[in-house]
Design a protein around this ligand. Structure first.
Ligand SMILES: C[S@@+](CC[C@H](N)C(=O)[O-])C[C@H]1O[C@@H](n2cnc3c(N)ncnc32)[C@H](O)[C@@H]1O
Length: 186
């Protein structure tokens, strides 16, 4: 299993700052807030976007049941390779852009997912790509499912609004930098 914090993870995040958008992995408190609304006893399939060093992945695997599946889409090959060292048959890692979510689900013949959990740095991804990713998330999420995303600002709130029936916002100072959690309900 991946350890919680390694200096080398921060180095990788900084080296790839144009696609990671951060300098440190998410704090334990932020990860707890991000996942707090998920009822893991009723969850079969979760998609994680932008898993990076795997701190959210690790928390998901800890909470998920033995028959659940976790699909991780990570664009950075170094992080994807690191995640592929995790020995857990529930975890499936794809070194692809988050916008490939439909292709991956089609490949696996999965029609709908329960939750999409995202660490994508939406604020630094170009607008058309953000719209593309949000629309694909929405079309693959089951009714009543949630899109859970953290961000360091409210910059993408208006992008998310049209795709979801309700958005709840939470905030924590206990992360570097402080972060908002968006709980978006389909
Ligand atoms: C802020 S880091 C998150 C790392 C970790 N999940 C955390 O919370 O500390 C964002 C991650 O999203 C990945 N990423 C950025 N754009 C992406 C995209 N279009 N598709 C998939 N992953 C992407 C980056 O490579 C990076 O690993």
């Amino acid at each position: 299993m991946i350890s919680r914090f390694k200096f080398s993870d921060s180095v990788k995040l900084i080296r790839n700052i144009r696609t990671t958008g951060t300098i440190a992995p998410s704090s334990k408190i932020l990860v707890q807030r991000l996942l707090a609304s998920i009822d893991f006893s009723k969850t079969n399939c979760i998609v994680e976007l932008g898993p990076g060093n795997g701190c959210v992945t690790q928390a998901l695997l800890k909470r998920m049941g033995p028959d659940s599946v976790l699909l991780c889409l990570e664009v950075n090959s170094e992080f994807a390779a690191q995640l592929n060292t995790v020995e857990d048959s529930r975890l499936h890692v794809y070194n692809v852009c988050a916008s490939s979510i439909c292709d991956i689900l089609d490949l696996l013949e999965i029609e709908e997912v329960d939750h999409v959990v995202s660490s994508l740095p939406l604020a630094i991804i170009e607008d058309a790509m953000v719209q593309n990713i949000l629309s694909r998330i929405n079309s693959n999420l089951k009714r009543g499912g949630t899109f859970l995303q953290y961000q360091y600002s409210l910059a993408n709130y208006n992008d998310m609004k049209p795709f979801f029936s309700d958005i709840k916002l939470k905030f924590t100072l206990r992360n570097m930098p402080p972060a908002f959690v968006y709980e978006c309900l389909k």
